[in-house]
Structure formats: C-alpha cells, structure tokens
Design a protein around this ligand. Sequence first.
Ligand SMILES: Nc1ncnc2c1ncn2[C@@H]1O[C@H](COP(=O)(O)OP(=O)(O)OP(=O)(O)O)[C@@H](O)[C@H]1O
Length: 259
Amino acid sequence: MIDPARPVLDIRAVCKTYPGGVEAVRRVSLQVGRGELLALAGESGCGKTTVLKMINRLEDASGGLIFYEGEDIAGRDPVALRREIGWVMQGDGLFPHLTVRENVAIIPRLLGWTADEIGDRVVEMLDLVRLPIIEYADRYPAELSGGQRQRVGFARALAGRPDLLLMDEPFSALDPITRDTLQQEFRSLQAELGFSAVMVTHDMAEALIMADRIAVMADGEIVQHGTPSELLANPASDYVSGLLETPRRQMRAIRELGA
Ligand SMILES: Nc1ncnc2c1ncn2[C@@H]1O[C@H](COP(=O)(O)OP(=O)(O)OP(=O)(O)O)[C@@H](O)[C@H]1O
C-alpha cells in the first residue's frame, strides 16, 4: 500500500566502496517526498552517480539501507526494481534500432501490459512530451533533434507510471534554449503526473532553478542539504559558495543590464 505521507525514497547512512578500495559514497542519508525533485549536486567524482545507481541497484551499497516506497530494496529483485523506477540518462540513451513508439513501449511491454494498453500509453506519453504521434512515432532516434530525443527519453522513462524517476545529467547535452524549455516542461510534467525525482547535476544553476531541495556532495559525503533559497542565503562552506558563484555572477550580470 502506498502511504502518501511516507517518503517515496529513504536513504539511511549508505556507503559504497568500489572494488579496488575507492570510497565513492560515505554515510549518505536522504529522503525524497512525494512529488518532490531532489538535486544531487557537486563537482566531478564526488559520488553523485554512484548514489543514483544504488537506488535502483545498478550498484549494490556496501553499507546502510535504502527504502523505496517503505520497502528495503536489498530484498527486491534488481530487474523488477529497475522496471518500477524510471531512469533518464545523459544524451537520452534511446535504442537506435527501435522507433520512437517502440522505445516508449519498452517498459510497459516488460511489465506485461496488453497491446491496447501499450498503444494507448504511447499515444498519451508522446502527447505529454509534445511530440505529435503522426509525425514522430515511427521515426528512429537518429531522425530526431537532441531535444526531441530527450523528450522521448522522458516519455520512455515515465511510460510505466513510476513513482520515482532517476535522472543523470538529463539536460547537459542540450543547447541552452532547448535546455531551458525542457527544464520548464519537466516541472509541469512532474506537477501533472505527481512522480518524485532525483536528478544528478553538476550545474548549480539548473539545481537552483529546478529542485525543491539540493544535496551538495563533496568527496562522497553530503556537505549541505537545503532548499535553493537556504543554500543561497547561507552556504555552509567555501566549497558550496564556490559552486554557487557562477549562477550568482550570471544573476548579477543580468541585473546590471537593468532588464
Ligand atoms: N565502477 C567503478 N569502479 C571503481 N571506481 C568507480 C566506479 N565508478 C565510479 N568510481 C569512482 O567513484 C568515485 C565517484 O564516482 P561517481 O561517478 O559517482 O561521481 P560523480 O559525482 O557522478 O562524477 P561525474 O559528475 O564526473 O559523473 C570516483 O572517484 C570514481 O572514479
């Protein structure tokens, strides 16, 4: 039973040491509420992607506990778990030999939906990500722009009605205008469908604009955790101030234009 008051995701003191001894993640604890977008930010190599991979058991934690919808994921079948949790990666990750329709249908097919249910869901998802079915359903990924491919990536990840979407730098391969449009559209989609999301990003401006809460990581640990306004008002260290410096500079430059 889904309890709306319970966090969708509850990560408790999770650690990951890779074979060879790299301590990629050290005692990370996080919660993600229903409908919330949590950004994991921080410089390259700080462990963001490893946290994401432990949530759907692409990597198994070396210590700690992860609860998804109240259930310890260590007891879940990893394949079934991955079908339940949506995954959007950098540069879309679509199967090049499958059409848009076939890409979006993958998870519903694996979940055993009927042909009619799958057909209806493909129509619904392409409509939601604003790709008219007549024009786009039978194209291959190579016949789409980068922004359109990323839209299909979202449609595919959401087709199985996941409660949680994991996203690894989903907007980073896009040009700034397409990125801005898709970031806004993503939040509308989230408000409409109500899923929760964890987004890895190295772009602090993106985290500030999109996220409800931001967890900043350094060297495998969370060094600050708060809302975008809390981080801006009270960065906990020089490291966090440093990450905020680029968006701050951009905001100042735009303000000085008097626009
Ligand atoms: N499969 C692996 N085997 C061994 N070490 C790994 C493995 N994957 C990642 N690491 C190491 O773990 C640390 C954290 O990597 P991770 O990919 O989680 O960082 P990240 O913050 O997502 O970085 P980026 O922003 O560059 O993608 C790094 O030192 C990395 O070299």
